[in-house]
Design a protein around this ligand. Structure first.
Ligand code: COS
Length: 414
């Protein structure tokens, strides 16, 4: 893996996105209702081509990209499997840059990606043609429905049942059960739902379905969470699905979920890095301007060293995120470990950086409406969703031991 650096075009694009986030998207976010989907914000992301770009990758770099010269899904979708060139990196650059200026816009974009990526990656041509142009236009809201009240970290234990529909025989199922803590629920227009089609075989008995929100027997309610975006619960009461709703192959849904998380985990790290950078920059400005004990705070060594530590950890997190993204795009076999490391380190780092920034600002940072008060609330959830930090450590350790045993090596103490 080469040493990582961004080229001038990428650097300029990130600067443009930060400006867009602060100047245009932040005011739109402020007019939204906390806990509700902000459709004008989504429309603004779509208008600037960002939702589309999330799926197509950088212009001209995605050789197997979606058909329609440069048009991606907006021109009607298609059936080609997208090339991976630049995809994860692109997603990370967008998420970090948007998060720096407007976390709500960042999350709205990311959730469209998380909910619709399984369809883009493994869906049928009909599913893709029906939904992806709507998703990238910001008209259809997508959601990824994996977690359940009894299966969060242990995703393979999910219990939402898909039993054969006696009316349609082998070609249909009825979904019965619950999903919980689903971002964008209950307002999404469709859900990528992971359900159990076979008992007793764990992760191999799971199938992914594309379930439009208006299917009979599907209802939802909002949960009040420490999160500005909607999070809800879904109840499936004999909701009918058919073979045409299967995303990928029956019994291969866990793979669809894991592939999606392998792509999105580094980008959760990028979101965290964007927040950490915003907190760091606010701290630099504050500690340079604020005086106490006869001089600016920055002249106190205890303050300066904390700022240096914040900056060093943020930079390390960014490099880990970008190298995991680059590894994903290069088809590196160690993607699960690298993605897990990036998410783990970046989200834990951002928590530390934002917390330290609050400490260095003092009481003003806790005032409702202060940037750091906002970031302090935002920074907590990413350490839990898309695999809690503890799960990421397990993924990393498992991959290390598997690699070690494949190489036939023994630890130094044996
Ligand atoms: N990428 C690709 N494949 C993966 C994978 C990954 N990151 N993680 C697991 N798999 C595959 C394994 O290779 C295995 O495949 P086979 O059946 O072909 O051998 C299968 O999935 C089962 O893997 P494993 O036995 O490791 O499953 P476990 O149940 O022990 O652990 C974890 C799976 C804990 C890693 C998984 O459940 C997980 O990621 N949990 C967190 C879920 C999560 O992120 N929830 C948040 C929802 S979105 S907000």
């Amino acid at each position: 893996m080469p040493v990582f650096s961004l080229d001038p075009v990428q650097t300029a694009w990130c600067a443009e996105l930060r400006e867009l986030a602060v100047g245009t998207l932040r005011p739109l976010a402020a007019r939204g209702e906390p806990g509700r989907v902000n459709r004008p914000l989504l429309a603004a992301l779509a208008e600037r081509g960002l939702l589309n770009r999330m799926f197509t990758g950088p212009p001209g770099v995605s050789p197997g990209g979606f058909p329609g010269a440069g048009g991606g899904f907006a021109n009607g979708g298609g059936s080609a499997v997208p090339g991976e060139a630049g995809r994860a990196l692109e997603l990370c650059l967008m998420r970090e840059s948007l998060a720096y200026g407007c976390t709500e816009a960042e999350t709205a974009l990311a959730l469209q990606g998380l909910g619709a990526w399984p369809v883009a990656r493994a869906g049928t041509p009909a599913q893709r043609a029906r939904w992806l142009p709507e998703v990238t236009a910001g008209r259809a809201v997508a959601a990824f429905a994996l977690s359940e009240p009894g299966a969060g970290s242990d995703a393979a234990a999910l219990a939402l049942r898909a039993v054969p529909d006696p009316r349609t025989g082998r070609d249909g199922w009825l979904l019965t059960g619950e999903k919980q803590w689903i971002s964008n629920a209950p307002e999404a227009d469709f859900y990528t739902v992971f359900a159990r089609t076979a008992e007793g075989i764990g992760s191999r008995g799971i199938t992914a379905f594309l379930v439009p929100a208006d299917r009979p027997g599907l209802s939802g309610s909002a949960l009040e969470m420490l999160s500005p975006h909607p999070v809800g619960r879904l109840v499936f009461d004999g909701t009918p699905v058919t073979a045409a709703d299967v995303v990928g192959e029956p019994g291969r849904g866990f793979r669809v979920a894991m592939d999606t998380l392998n792509l999105f985990r580094p980008s959760v790290g990028a979101f965290a890095v964007g927040m950490a950078q915003a907190a760091l920059d606010a701290t630099l400005a504050h500690t340079a301007a604020r005086t106490a004990f006869g001089g600016p705070l920055k002249d106190l060594q205890s303050v300066a060293h904390q700022v240096a530590e914040m900056a060093t950890r943020t930079e390390a997190a960014r490099l880990l995120v970008l190298s995991a993204a680059a590894a994903h795009d290069a088809g590196d076999p160690e993607v699960p470990r690298r993605s897990a490391m990036a998410k783990l380190f970046a989200t834990e780092t951002a928590q530390y950086v934002v917390d330290t920034a609050v400490q260095l600002h003092g009481a003003r940072a806790l005032q409702r409406g202060h940037l750091l008060e906002h970031l302090y609330r935002e920074v907590r959830a990413p350490r839990i969703y898309e695999g809690a930090s503890e799960i990421q450590r397990s993924v990393v350790a498992k991959a290390l031991y598997a690699r070690d045993s494949a190489a036939g090596r023994r630890g130094s103490g044996t």
